[in-house]
Design a protein around this ligand. Structure first.
Ligand SMILES: Cc1cc2nc3c(=O)[nH]c(=O)nc-3n(C[C@H](O)[C@H](O)[C@H](O)COP(=O)(O)OP(=O)(O)OC[C@H]3O[C@@H](n4cnc5c(N)ncnc54)[C@H](O)[C@@H]3O)c2cc1C
Length: 640
């Protein structure tokens, strides 16, 4: 994600740089009576092939109805069909999961084995891309795009040779990446423009108090930060502390030796530091957490001070002169490394490029990255029997097993039908946690390794507005809303990339992009980060579309009402992308031991299992697209 200042680079460069220097030297309840329904959310119904086009569906998307029930029956209750209809289909490779890793696995396999290789990709959703999903809206002849999940390419120059090679193969080479930079407007904070205005919006007595300017810079003591903090509707005592903290006016680790400081930042949670050493009130924590819950998926209770700072939290200046030196180094690092690049529909464009390379008939006239954003895909071409690669949607795999050492049987359920295909090899590019249920014959240590991590839950919503007049009066494209259910609110990417022409003026229709994390921010809770993730996942599974709709309407009305916005009149459509199984688990210093090389759960879990190999970002414990590609490469190498 964009303002995610390239998580890996930030961590490797800034935090470790900072650490190195330090080391050297040292949601509210819904009132049903006020609810205004938008209409029933779109539910999945078996498609009419002629008009099957999932990107335009609204209502509850992401983990949509019909996509998860079969897998939950298997994982939660150990239930799956007893009988399967054997299809007359035998493949060289069956890939489970049509996310970036599964698509890349098919791509690498085909590249290595040639175009005659018979490949089947199965996915439980009604659209491909996994986390990288496209949301598409239409109004008055204009198409508007937004992110249904994974946002940006992060830092292509740091990709491995194989991941970079795949990007080149689909046309995203250095020249194109440079063109993406040029075509990203300077006001697009979501697309990593560090100098773009981005604001903060807090509930006040008469609707939200919205402060534009550069809030991210203010949090690091940038120009005008004192004025910005004084404008926040919080007590003057909290403002005083924030001014000292953002500006680095005091050393909040005063009294500790350099090595004690190092131990402290590596062993104490960020929120505890804020409460106990900085002296902030518990109620101010969300202001400090809003950035990290989106960049990392965790609140400041789950991250050490150093991990939080590595994920974008402010405070490095407030740890004495060494912190200030580190901040300077970090700033230089940031300037040189931040090269977040984004398509208007996020990494969905990368998924589309891969799918079109594998199955050209889906968009025969598409040239490549230069028109991928506007190409209309023909989903009926995904699963034809006369082509080498087939992509079969709405198909949940429930078993993959070797038969007599000769081939594999792959069992799946599609629209209630239990079906079986056979294959020479399989790459499981689905979630690690599910794999022990698909392959119960695996060893217990491998199953334990696969079951260890928990993915981070998120909700990404897109709201189609009749026009952008009220939003334009906020004077920035992106806002952090620490006290709202949706903690980030942004204009959808207004990039002219991939042939896309975004809305240009306030009178045009627009799409607002809103991000929600269910992670608890204020009070410390018992249990590990993984427990907190499970609780967050439960929250979003048990929250119906109507509740999200209500939250969205209330939040937007409160933010935009003073500028003439009327949610009943101005909201045209709402798409809620529910993402219960989000970022791969990265291990936390507060919870996890330092594993010996090769002994981390994901490393034990991803071991080749005969004709079956494991890809996906869980297997790398890194929630980035290039990690998905690296995992796919490893899995294909194992099987070829
Ligand atoms: C909200 C969000 C934002 C992100 N933003 C970025 C970003 O900006 N940049 C970046 O580099 N990375 C980002 N990521 C990380 C992202 O996870 C990776 O980049 C990548 O998209 C993950 O791909 P994957 O194939 O490993 O997993 P997934 O995308 O999860 O794909 C796995 C697929 O397998 C399917 N599946 C699971 N079980 C079965 C089954 N039994 N049968 C059939 N199919 C099954 C799943 O439903 C899914 O479709 C983001 C992630 C999230 C959640």
């Amino acid at each position: 994600m964009a303002a995610r200042v390239t998580r890996r680079d930030f961590l490797n460069g800034v935090a470790i740089g900072a650490g190195g220097i330090l080391l050297q030297g040292c949601g509210g309840d819904i009132d049903a009576s006020t609810k205004i329904p938008l209409g029933a959310p779109t539910k999945f119904t078996p498609p009419d092939p002629a008009d099957y086009y999932p990107p335009t569906l609204t209502g509850m998307r992401g983990s949509h109805d019909g996509s998860f029930e079969v897998a939950h029956d298997l994982a939660w209750r150990g239930q799956k069909p007893a009988q399967y209809q054997a299809l007359d289909e035998h493949y060289d490779l069956v890939v489970v999961g049509a996310g970036m890793s599964g698509l890349a696995a098919a791509f690498f396999y085909r590249k290595k084995m040639g175009p005659d290789a018979r490949i089947l990709i199965l996915d439980n959703h009604d659209d491909f891309g996994g986390h990288a999903k496209r949301n598409e809206f239409h109004q008055d002849g204009r198409m508007m795009l937004s992110l249904g999940g994974a946002q940006n390419l992060e830092s292509p120059s740091s990709y491995s040779e194989v991941a970079g090679g795949l990007m080149n193969d689909i046309g995203i080479d250095d020249v194109f990446v440079a063109a993406m930079a040029v075509n990203t407007p300077d006001n697009m904070a979501l697309a990593g423009k560090l100098d773009a205005d981005n604001g903060v919006s807090l509930p006040g007595p008469d609707g939200h108090v919205t402060i534009s300017g550069n809030w991210n810079a203010a949090m690091y003591g940038g120009e005008g930060y004192e004025k910005t903090v004084r404008a926040l509707p919080i007590s003057s005592n909290e403002q005083d502390i924030l001014i000292d903290y953002f500006g680095g006016k005091r050393d909040f680790l005063d009294g500790l030796s350099l090595s004690e400081k190092w131990d402290y930042v590596n062993s104490v949670s960020y929120n505890r530091f804020l409460l106990e050493r900085v002296g902030l009130d518990e109620n101010t924590l969300p202001i400090m957490n809003a950035i990290i819950i989106h960049l990392s998926g965790f609140s400041g209770w789950n991250l050490t001070v150093l991990e939080a700072i590595g994920n974008g939290a402010s405070g490095i200046k407030a740890m004495g002169w060494l912190g200030k030196a580190a901040a300077k180094v970090g700033g230089v690092f940031l300037e040189s490394l931040v090269e977040v690049r984004m398509f208007p529909d996020g990494n969905a464009s990368v998924a589309r490029l891969l799918v079109q390379k594998l199955i050209p008939d889906v968009a025969p006239d598409m040239k490549g990255p230069e028109d991928v954003a506007v190409a209309r895909f023909d989903y009926s071409a995904l699963d034809r029997d006369n082509q080498g690669t087939r992509l079969r949607l709405n198909s949940t795999v429930v078993g993959v097993r070797e038969v007599d050492g000769e081939h594999l049987e792959v069992d799946y359920v599609q629209h209630g039908k239990a079906l079986r295909v056979t294959a020479e090899h399989s790459v499981l590019a689905c979630y690690n946690n599910l794999i022990p249920h698909l392959c119960p014959e695996m060893s217990e240590p491998q199953k334990e390794g696969l079951s260890y991590g928990v993915k981070t839950p998120f909700v990404y919503a897109n709201i189609q507005l009749d026009n952008g007049r009220a939003y334009s009066k906020l004077n920035a494209t992106l806002f952090q809303c620490p006290y709202d259910p949706f903690q980030w609110v942004s204009m959808a990417p207004n990039l002219t990339i991939g042939g896309y022409e975004p809305p240009r003026g306030p009178d045009d229709p627009m799409v607002v992009f809103m991000m929600h994390s269910p992670m608890n921010q204020t009070t410390s809770q018992d249990g590990s980060g993984r427990d907190q993730l499970r609780m967050g996942r439960h929250v979003i599974y048990s929250t119906p579309f109507a509740s999200y709709e209500q939250q969205i309407r209330e939040q937007l009305q409160s933010m935009l009402g003073e500028h003439g916005f009327d949610h009943e009149r101005d909201i045209r459509a709402i798409t809620v992308n529910r993402i219960p199984h989000g970022y791969a688990y990265p291990y936390l210093a507060l919870d996890d031991p330092k594993w010996e090389e090769g002994q981390a759960p994901h490393e034990i879990g991803r071991a080749q299992f005969g004709r079956i190999s494991i890809a996906n970002t869980d297997s790398e414990a890194i929630a980035l697209m290039d990690a998905a590609f690296d995992a796919a490469w490893r899995a294909v190498q194992e099987q070829t």
